[in-house]
Design a protein around this ligand. Sequence first.
Ligand code: FAD
Length: 424
Amino acid sequence: MKIPVNFSIFVSISHHLNSQFMTIFLTPKLETVLPKIKAIVQDQIIPLEADFLQHNFSKVKPKLEAIRQLVKQEGLWNPHLSSAHGGLGLSLVEFGQISEVLGHTPYGHYCFNCNAPDIGNQELILGNASEHIKDTFLAPLLKGNIRSCFSMTEPEFAGSNPTEMDTSAVKDGDNYIINGHKWFTSSADGASFAVVMANTNPDAENKYQRASMIVVPTDTKGFELVCNIPVMGEANDDYFSHGEVRYTNCKVPLKNLIGIEGAGFSLAQQRLGPGRIHHCMRWIGICERAFDLMCKHAASRDLGNGVKLGQKQSIQNFIAESRAEINAARFMVLHTALKIDNEGAKAARIEISTIKFYVANVLQRVLDRAVQTHGALGLTDYTVLSFWYRHERAARIYDGPDEVHKAALARQILKGYGLNTKVV
Ligand SMILES: Cc1cc2nc3c(=O)[nH]c(=O)nc-3n(C[C@H](O)[C@H](O)[C@H](O)COP(=O)(O)OP(=O)(O)OC[C@H]3O[C@@H](n4cnc5c(N)ncnc54)[C@H](O)[C@@H]3O)c2cc1C
Protein backbone atom coordinates (compact mmCIF):
# COMPACT_ATOMS: atom_id res chain seq x y z
CA MET A 1 0.00 0.00 0.00
CA LYS A 2 1.35 3.46 -0.89
CA ILE A 3 1.25 5.81 2.05
CA PRO A 4 -0.31 9.20 1.44
CA VAL A 5 2.32 11.71 2.43
CA ASN A 6 1.13 15.20 3.06
CA PHE A 7 3.94 17.25 1.57
CA SER A 8 1.82 20.37 1.19
CA ILE A 9 1.65 20.89 4.94
CA PHE A 10 5.43 20.76 5.13
CA VAL A 11 5.85 23.98 3.17
CA SER A 12 3.40 25.92 5.31
CA ILE A 13 5.12 28.60 7.32
CA SER A 14 5.54 27.90 11.00
CA HIS A 15 7.76 29.81 13.38
CA HIS A 16 8.29 26.61 15.38
CA LEU A 17 10.85 24.71 13.32
CA ASN A 18 10.08 21.36 14.84
CA SER A 19 6.33 21.45 14.51
CA GLN A 20 6.85 22.42 10.85
CA PHE A 21 9.15 19.49 10.36
CA MET A 22 6.84 17.08 12.15
CA THR A 23 4.06 17.57 9.64
CA ILE A 24 5.84 16.09 6.62
CA PHE A 25 4.53 12.58 7.21
CA LEU A 26 1.28 13.64 8.82
CA THR A 27 -1.84 11.82 7.60
CA PRO A 28 -5.52 12.53 8.32
CA LYS A 29 -5.65 9.57 10.73
CA LEU A 30 -2.71 10.92 12.70
CA GLU A 31 -4.22 14.38 12.81
CA THR A 32 -7.10 12.83 14.73
CA VAL A 33 -5.27 10.54 17.13
CA LEU A 34 -1.92 12.26 17.80
CA PRO A 35 -3.35 15.18 19.81
CA LYS A 36 -5.25 12.73 22.04
CA ILE A 37 -2.15 10.64 22.58
CA LYS A 38 -0.03 13.72 23.28
CA ALA A 39 -2.56 14.87 25.87
CA ILE A 40 -2.42 11.54 27.73
CA VAL A 41 1.39 11.53 27.67
CA GLN A 42 1.58 15.15 28.90
CA ASP A 43 -1.21 15.22 31.43
CA GLN A 44 -1.30 11.66 32.77
CA ILE A 45 2.01 9.85 32.28
CA ILE A 46 4.76 12.47 32.61
CA PRO A 47 3.47 13.62 36.03
CA LEU A 48 4.21 10.09 37.33
CA GLU A 49 7.89 10.30 36.44
CA ALA A 50 8.98 11.65 39.81
CA ASP A 51 7.47 8.53 41.43
CA PHE A 52 9.07 6.28 38.89
CA LEU A 53 12.53 7.75 39.30
CA GLN A 54 12.45 7.03 43.03
CA HIS A 55 10.74 3.64 43.12
CA ASN A 56 10.77 0.33 41.33
CA PHE A 57 8.29 -0.21 38.55
CA SER A 58 5.96 -2.44 40.62
CA LYS A 59 5.28 0.46 43.02
CA VAL A 60 4.05 2.72 40.21
CA LYS A 61 2.21 -0.02 38.34
CA PRO A 62 -1.26 0.51 39.95
CA LYS A 63 -1.24 4.14 38.78
CA LEU A 64 -0.23 3.02 35.31
CA GLU A 65 -3.10 0.54 35.28
CA ALA A 66 -5.54 3.42 35.67
CA ILE A 67 -3.98 5.14 32.66
CA ARG A 68 -4.17 1.91 30.64
CA GLN A 69 -7.91 1.83 31.32
CA LEU A 70 -8.22 5.42 30.15
CA VAL A 71 -6.30 4.59 26.95
CA LYS A 72 -8.78 1.76 26.30
CA GLN A 73 -11.76 4.05 26.91
CA GLU A 74 -10.34 6.59 24.47
CA GLY A 75 -10.06 3.87 21.79
CA LEU A 76 -6.28 4.24 21.58
CA TRP A 77 -5.28 0.79 22.90
CA ASN A 78 -2.91 -1.35 20.77
CA PRO A 79 -2.27 1.49 18.30
CA HIS A 80 0.15 -0.68 16.28
CA LEU A 81 -2.44 -3.32 15.33
CA SER A 82 -4.77 -3.49 12.35
CA SER A 83 -8.39 -2.48 12.88
CA ALA A 84 -9.35 -6.15 12.44
CA HIS A 85 -7.31 -6.94 15.54
CA GLY A 86 -8.71 -4.04 17.52
CA GLY A 87 -5.92 -1.58 16.79
CA LEU A 88 -5.82 1.76 14.99
CA GLY A 89 -5.09 0.28 11.56
CA LEU A 90 -2.05 2.47 10.93
CA SER A 91 0.85 2.10 8.55
CA LEU A 92 4.33 1.77 10.04
CA VAL A 93 5.01 5.39 9.06
CA GLU A 94 1.97 6.45 11.06
CA PHE A 95 2.66 4.22 14.03
CA GLY A 96 6.30 5.39 14.05
CA GLN A 97 5.12 8.91 14.78
CA ILE A 98 2.97 7.66 17.64
CA SER A 99 5.96 5.73 18.96
CA GLU A 100 7.93 8.99 19.00
CA VAL A 101 5.32 10.74 21.13
CA LEU A 102 5.09 7.77 23.50
CA GLY A 103 8.89 7.85 23.75
CA HIS A 104 8.75 11.21 25.52
CA THR A 105 8.46 9.29 28.78
CA PRO A 106 9.76 5.86 29.86
CA TYR A 107 6.20 4.58 30.43
CA GLY A 108 4.53 5.76 27.24
CA HIS A 109 4.53 2.52 25.28
CA TYR A 110 3.56 0.44 28.29
CA CYS A 111 0.44 2.53 28.87
CA PHE A 112 -0.70 1.90 25.28
CA ASN A 113 0.21 -1.84 25.28
CA CYS A 114 2.77 -1.39 22.54
CA ASN A 115 5.89 -1.82 24.66
CA ALA A 116 8.82 -4.05 23.74
CA PRO A 117 9.10 -7.00 24.00
CA ASP A 118 5.32 -7.55 23.95
CA ILE A 119 4.78 -5.66 20.72
CA GLY A 120 7.30 -7.86 18.91
CA ASN A 121 5.78 -11.03 20.34
CA GLN A 122 2.27 -9.90 19.41
CA GLU A 123 3.26 -9.26 15.80
CA LEU A 124 5.24 -12.48 15.65
CA ILE A 125 2.37 -14.62 16.94
CA LEU A 126 -0.26 -12.83 14.87
CA GLY A 127 1.68 -13.43 11.69
CA ASN A 128 2.99 -16.94 12.29
CA ALA A 129 1.43 -18.91 15.13
CA SER A 130 -1.33 -21.50 15.38
CA GLU A 131 -4.85 -20.83 16.61
CA HIS A 132 -3.91 -22.63 19.85
CA ILE A 133 -1.11 -20.14 20.57
CA LYS A 134 -3.25 -17.21 19.51
CA ASP A 135 -6.15 -18.24 21.77
CA THR A 136 -4.04 -19.22 24.77
CA PHE A 137 -1.30 -16.60 24.78
CA LEU A 138 -2.02 -13.82 22.31
CA ALA A 139 -5.61 -13.06 23.32
CA PRO A 140 -4.78 -12.13 26.96
CA LEU A 141 -1.64 -10.31 25.78
CA LEU A 142 -3.67 -8.10 23.46
CA LYS A 143 -6.09 -7.33 26.27
CA GLY A 144 -3.18 -6.31 28.47
CA ASN A 145 -4.01 -8.97 31.06
CA ILE A 146 -0.58 -10.58 30.84
CA ARG A 147 2.95 -9.70 29.73
CA SER A 148 5.54 -11.70 27.81
CA CYS A 149 9.29 -11.82 27.16
CA PHE A 150 11.69 -12.87 24.43
CA SER A 151 14.51 -15.21 25.39
CA MET A 152 17.32 -15.58 22.89
CA THR A 153 20.64 -14.22 24.19
CA GLU A 154 22.91 -16.42 26.32
CA PRO A 155 25.68 -15.24 28.64
CA GLU A 156 28.15 -17.87 27.45
CA PHE A 157 27.84 -17.10 23.71
CA ALA A 158 28.12 -13.99 21.54
CA GLY A 159 24.60 -12.63 21.13
CA SER A 160 25.63 -10.86 17.93
CA ASN A 161 26.05 -14.29 16.36
CA PRO A 162 23.08 -16.19 17.83
CA THR A 163 23.67 -19.23 15.58
CA GLU A 164 26.22 -20.19 18.26
CA MET A 165 23.66 -20.44 21.06
CA ASP A 166 23.39 -23.61 23.11
CA THR A 167 19.78 -23.88 24.29
CA SER A 168 18.17 -27.08 23.02
CA ALA A 169 14.60 -28.26 22.54
CA VAL A 170 14.48 -32.03 22.14
CA LYS A 171 11.33 -33.89 21.08
CA ASP A 172 9.91 -36.31 23.63
CA GLY A 173 6.56 -37.74 22.49
CA ASP A 174 4.15 -34.82 22.18
CA ASN A 175 6.47 -32.47 23.99
CA TYR A 176 9.69 -30.52 23.70
CA ILE A 177 12.16 -30.72 26.57
CA ILE A 178 14.00 -27.42 26.77
CA ASN A 179 17.34 -26.87 28.47
CA GLY A 180 19.34 -23.68 28.37
CA HIS A 181 20.68 -20.57 30.06
CA LYS A 182 19.56 -17.13 28.88
CA TRP A 183 20.11 -13.60 30.03
CA PHE A 184 18.85 -10.15 29.17
CA THR A 185 15.43 -11.72 28.78
CA SER A 186 13.85 -8.30 29.24
CA SER A 187 10.72 -8.11 31.39
CA ALA A 188 10.85 -11.83 32.34
CA ASP A 189 9.96 -10.84 35.91
CA GLY A 190 6.15 -11.09 36.02
CA ALA A 191 5.80 -12.29 32.42
CA SER A 192 3.33 -15.12 31.79
CA PHE A 193 5.24 -16.65 28.92
CA ALA A 194 8.55 -16.51 27.13
CA VAL A 195 9.16 -16.91 23.43
CA VAL A 196 12.30 -19.04 23.61
CA MET A 197 14.82 -19.48 20.83
CA ALA A 198 16.18 -23.05 21.00
CA ASN A 199 17.99 -25.49 18.74
CA THR A 200 15.52 -28.09 17.46
CA ASN A 201 17.47 -29.15 14.36
CA PRO A 202 21.14 -29.02 15.40
CA ASP A 203 22.22 -31.14 12.42
CA ALA A 204 20.69 -28.95 9.74
CA GLU A 205 23.35 -28.08 7.18
CA ASN A 206 22.27 -24.45 7.07
CA LYS A 207 23.08 -23.01 10.49
CA TYR A 208 20.21 -20.53 10.10
CA GLN A 209 17.75 -23.45 10.05
CA ARG A 210 18.76 -25.07 13.32
CA ALA A 211 16.71 -23.01 15.78
CA SER A 212 13.00 -22.60 16.44
CA MET A 213 10.81 -20.32 18.51
CA ILE A 214 8.75 -22.02 21.19
CA VAL A 215 6.30 -20.56 23.68
CA VAL A 216 7.17 -21.50 27.27
CA PRO A 217 4.70 -20.49 30.00
CA THR A 218 6.71 -19.16 32.94
CA ASP A 219 4.84 -21.41 35.37
CA THR A 220 6.31 -24.46 33.59
CA LYS A 221 8.33 -26.64 35.95
CA GLY A 222 12.03 -25.93 35.31
CA PHE A 223 11.56 -22.27 34.34
CA GLU A 224 13.67 -20.27 36.79
CA LEU A 225 14.09 -16.52 36.91
CA VAL A 226 17.56 -16.51 38.47
CA CYS A 227 17.65 -12.75 39.02
CA ASN A 228 16.94 -9.35 37.60
CA ILE A 229 20.35 -8.31 36.31
CA PRO A 230 21.71 -5.06 37.74
CA VAL A 231 22.15 -2.67 34.82
CA MET A 232 24.09 0.58 35.34
CA GLY A 233 23.48 0.45 39.07
CA GLU A 234 19.83 -0.60 38.95
CA ALA A 235 18.02 -3.96 38.71
CA ASN A 236 14.47 -2.53 39.06
CA ASP A 237 11.67 -5.11 38.74
CA ASP A 238 8.62 -6.32 36.83
CA TYR A 239 8.36 -4.80 33.35
CA PHE A 240 11.48 -2.66 33.88
CA SER A 241 13.94 -5.50 34.35
CA HIS A 242 16.29 -7.79 32.42
CA GLY A 243 16.15 -11.37 33.62
CA GLU A 244 18.69 -14.12 33.83
CA VAL A 245 16.69 -17.28 33.17
CA ARG A 246 17.43 -20.99 33.38
CA TYR A 247 15.39 -23.59 31.53
CA THR A 248 15.93 -26.99 33.13
CA ASN A 249 14.03 -29.87 31.50
CA CYS A 250 11.11 -27.54 30.75
CA LYS A 251 8.41 -29.68 29.16
CA VAL A 252 6.04 -27.89 26.76
CA PRO A 253 3.71 -29.38 24.13
CA LEU A 254 4.87 -29.52 20.51
CA LYS A 255 1.91 -27.30 19.64
CA ASN A 256 3.72 -24.42 21.38
CA LEU A 257 6.06 -24.16 18.38
CA ILE A 258 5.69 -20.89 16.45
CA GLY A 259 5.65 -21.49 12.71
CA ILE A 260 7.68 -24.48 11.57
CA GLU A 261 10.76 -26.15 13.03
CA GLY A 262 14.00 -24.48 11.99
CA ALA A 263 12.30 -21.17 11.20
CA GLY A 264 13.65 -19.40 14.30
CA PHE A 265 16.10 -17.12 12.55
CA SER A 266 13.79 -16.11 9.74
CA LEU A 267 11.10 -15.32 12.34
CA ALA A 268 13.67 -13.34 14.35
CA GLN A 269 14.45 -11.26 11.25
CA GLN A 270 10.74 -10.61 10.70
CA ARG A 271 10.39 -9.59 14.35
CA LEU A 272 13.34 -7.20 14.20
CA GLY A 273 12.48 -5.19 11.05
CA PRO A 274 9.49 -3.21 12.30
CA GLY A 275 10.91 -3.56 15.85
CA ARG A 276 13.86 -1.38 14.91
CA ILE A 277 11.52 1.30 13.56
CA HIS A 278 9.66 1.19 16.89
CA HIS A 279 12.94 1.55 18.84
CA CYS A 280 14.34 4.29 16.59
CA MET A 281 11.17 6.37 16.80
CA ARG A 282 11.05 5.88 20.57
CA TRP A 283 14.67 7.11 20.72
CA ILE A 284 13.71 10.18 18.69
CA GLY A 285 10.96 10.80 21.25
CA ILE A 286 13.58 10.62 23.99
CA CYS A 287 15.79 13.02 22.01
CA GLU A 288 12.92 15.51 21.66
CA ARG A 289 12.21 15.43 25.38
CA ALA A 290 15.91 15.81 26.24
CA PHE A 291 16.16 18.62 23.70
CA ASP A 292 13.19 20.40 25.23
CA LEU A 293 14.66 20.08 28.74
CA MET A 294 18.03 21.33 27.45
CA CYS A 295 16.48 24.39 25.76
CA LYS A 296 14.33 25.24 28.79
CA HIS A 297 17.35 25.05 31.06
CA ALA A 298 19.51 27.06 28.64
CA ALA A 299 16.86 29.77 28.45
CA SER A 300 16.34 30.04 32.21
CA ARG A 301 19.63 29.23 33.96
CA ASP A 302 21.23 32.49 35.08
CA LEU A 303 25.02 32.61 35.06
CA GLY A 304 25.13 35.91 36.93
CA ASN A 305 24.70 39.52 35.87
CA GLY A 306 21.57 38.52 33.98
CA VAL A 307 23.46 36.36 31.49
CA LYS A 308 21.57 33.21 30.58
CA LEU A 309 23.26 29.91 29.78
CA GLY A 310 21.68 29.90 26.33
CA GLN A 311 23.55 33.10 25.50
CA LYS A 312 26.81 31.16 25.46
CA GLN A 313 27.88 29.96 22.05
CA SER A 314 28.94 26.50 23.19
CA ILE A 315 25.42 25.83 24.47
CA GLN A 316 23.96 27.25 21.26
CA ASN A 317 26.14 24.74 19.41
CA PHE A 318 24.67 21.93 21.51
CA ILE A 319 21.19 23.10 20.61
CA ALA A 320 21.84 23.59 16.90
CA GLU A 321 23.70 20.30 16.48
CA SER A 322 21.01 18.40 18.36
CA ARG A 323 18.20 19.95 16.31
CA ALA A 324 19.90 19.07 13.03
CA GLU A 325 20.70 15.52 14.12
CA ILE A 326 17.21 14.77 15.44
CA ASN A 327 15.60 16.11 12.27
CA ALA A 328 17.93 14.04 10.10
CA ALA A 329 17.30 10.94 12.20
CA ARG A 330 13.52 11.33 11.99
CA PHE A 331 13.65 11.71 8.22
CA MET A 332 15.80 8.59 7.89
CA VAL A 333 13.59 6.48 10.13
CA LEU A 334 10.30 7.51 8.53
CA HIS A 335 11.78 7.03 5.09
CA THR A 336 12.77 3.50 6.13
CA ALA A 337 9.29 2.90 7.56
CA LEU A 338 7.82 4.06 4.25
CA LYS A 339 9.99 1.57 2.40
CA ILE A 340 8.89 -1.24 4.75
CA ASP A 341 5.24 -0.23 4.26
CA ASN A 342 5.61 -0.24 0.50
CA GLU A 343 8.13 -3.01 -0.20
CA GLY A 344 8.42 -5.09 2.98
CA ALA A 345 11.13 -5.40 5.66
CA LYS A 346 13.42 -7.54 3.51
CA ALA A 347 13.74 -4.85 0.85
CA ALA A 348 14.59 -2.29 3.54
CA ARG A 349 17.26 -4.40 5.28
CA ILE A 350 20.11 -2.00 4.68
CA GLU A 351 18.08 1.08 5.57
CA ILE A 352 17.09 -0.68 8.82
CA SER A 353 20.75 -1.35 9.68
CA THR A 354 21.61 2.27 8.86
CA ILE A 355 19.01 3.83 11.14
CA LYS A 356 19.73 1.35 13.94
CA PHE A 357 23.30 2.57 14.52
CA TYR A 358 22.78 6.16 13.34
CA VAL A 359 19.83 6.98 15.60
CA ALA A 360 21.30 5.14 18.61
CA ASN A 361 24.34 7.44 18.36
CA VAL A 362 22.25 10.58 17.86
CA LEU A 363 20.37 9.58 21.00
CA GLN A 364 23.57 9.21 22.94
CA ARG A 365 24.95 12.56 21.80
CA VAL A 366 21.72 14.47 22.46
CA LEU A 367 21.36 12.95 25.93
CA ASP A 368 24.98 13.77 26.71
CA ARG A 369 24.55 17.41 25.66
CA ALA A 370 21.34 17.71 27.68
CA VAL A 371 23.05 16.29 30.78
CA GLN A 372 26.04 18.62 30.29
CA THR A 373 23.78 21.66 29.93
CA HIS A 374 22.09 20.79 33.24
CA GLY A 375 25.42 20.53 35.08
CA ALA A 376 25.15 18.62 38.38
CA LEU A 377 21.36 18.63 38.08
CA GLY A 378 21.72 16.48 34.96
CA LEU A 379 23.28 13.71 37.02
CA THR A 380 20.55 13.64 39.63
CA ASP A 381 17.29 11.75 39.46
CA TYR A 382 15.40 15.06 39.68
CA THR A 383 15.04 14.99 35.91
CA VAL A 384 14.48 11.96 33.66
CA LEU A 385 17.76 12.63 31.82
CA SER A 386 19.97 10.52 34.09
CA PHE A 387 17.59 7.55 33.78
CA TRP A 388 17.85 7.64 30.02
CA TYR A 389 21.57 8.38 30.08
CA ARG A 390 22.10 5.14 32.03
CA HIS A 391 19.56 2.92 30.33
CA GLU A 392 19.83 3.99 26.74
CA ARG A 393 23.55 3.33 26.49
CA ALA A 394 22.21 -0.10 25.66
CA ALA A 395 20.69 1.22 22.42
CA ARG A 396 24.06 0.76 20.73
CA ILE A 397 24.13 -2.90 21.78
CA TYR A 398 20.68 -4.51 21.75
CA ASP A 399 19.00 -5.53 18.49
CA GLY A 400 22.49 -5.78 17.03
CA PRO A 401 25.55 -3.77 18.11
CA ASP A 402 26.64 -0.73 16.07
CA GLU A 403 29.60 -2.58 14.57
CA VAL A 404 27.44 -5.34 13.10
CA HIS A 405 25.03 -2.89 11.45
CA LYS A 406 27.86 -0.71 10.15
CA ALA A 407 29.54 -3.74 8.64
CA ALA A 408 26.26 -4.77 6.95
CA LEU A 409 25.90 -1.32 5.41
CA ALA A 410 29.54 -1.03 4.32
CA ARG A 411 29.58 -4.53 2.84
CA GLN A 412 26.53 -3.75 0.77
CA ILE A 413 28.13 -0.54 -0.51
CA LEU A 414 31.47 -2.20 -1.29
CA LYS A 415 29.72 -4.97 -3.18
CA GLY A 416 28.75 -2.27 -5.66
CA TYR A 417 32.47 -1.55 -6.09
CA GLY A 418 33.21 -5.18 -6.88
CA LEU A 419 34.90 -5.99 -3.55
CA ASN A 420 34.42 -9.50 -2.21
CA THR A 421 32.65 -8.69 1.06
CA LYS A 422 32.66 -12.15 2.60
CA VAL A 423 33.36 -11.82 6.33
CA VAL A 424 36.98 -12.56 7.27
C1 FAD B 1 19.12 -3.53 27.67
C2 FAD B 1 19.20 -4.78 26.88
C3 FAD B 1 18.02 -5.50 26.62
C4 FAD B 1 18.09 -6.70 25.93
N1 FAD B 1 16.94 -7.43 25.76
C5 FAD B 1 17.01 -8.66 25.22
C6 FAD B 1 15.85 -9.49 25.17
O1 FAD B 1 14.76 -9.10 25.59
N2 FAD B 1 15.99 -10.76 24.70
C7 FAD B 1 17.18 -11.24 24.25
O2 FAD B 1 17.24 -12.40 23.83
N3 FAD B 1 18.30 -10.46 24.27
C8 FAD B 1 18.24 -9.20 24.75
N4 FAD B 1 19.37 -8.42 24.83
C9 FAD B 1 20.65 -8.97 24.38
C10 FAD B 1 21.15 -8.33 23.10
O3 FAD B 1 20.40 -8.76 22.01
C11 FAD B 1 22.66 -8.66 22.98
O4 FAD B 1 23.32 -7.97 24.02
C12 FAD B 1 23.23 -8.29 21.63
O5 FAD B 1 22.76 -9.14 20.63
C13 FAD B 1 24.76 -8.37 21.65
O6 FAD B 1 25.18 -9.62 22.11
P1 FAD B 1 26.25 -9.72 23.31
O7 FAD B 1 25.82 -8.83 24.40
O8 FAD B 1 26.44 -11.15 23.61
O9 FAD B 1 27.59 -9.11 22.74
P2 FAD B 1 28.69 -9.87 21.86
O10 FAD B 1 28.06 -10.58 20.72
O11 FAD B 1 29.57 -10.65 22.77
O12 FAD B 1 29.49 -8.63 21.29
C14 FAD B 1 30.26 -7.80 22.15
C15 FAD B 1 30.72 -6.59 21.38
O13 FAD B 1 31.57 -7.02 20.34
C16 FAD B 1 31.43 -6.19 19.20
N5 FAD B 1 31.07 -7.04 18.07
C17 FAD B 1 30.19 -8.09 18.04
N6 FAD B 1 30.12 -8.61 16.81
C18 FAD B 1 30.97 -7.90 16.02
C19 FAD B 1 31.34 -7.95 14.65
N7 FAD B 1 30.80 -8.84 13.81
N8 FAD B 1 32.24 -7.03 14.19
C20 FAD B 1 32.79 -6.12 15.02
N9 FAD B 1 32.47 -6.03 16.34
C21 FAD B 1 31.58 -6.90 16.83
C22 FAD B 1 30.33 -5.17 19.53
O14 FAD B 1 30.92 -3.98 19.96
C23 FAD B 1 29.60 -5.83 20.67
O15 FAD B 1 28.97 -4.86 21.52
C24 FAD B 1 19.33 -7.19 25.47
C25 FAD B 1 20.49 -6.45 25.72
C26 FAD B 1 20.45 -5.27 26.40
C27 FAD B 1 21.71 -4.54 26.67
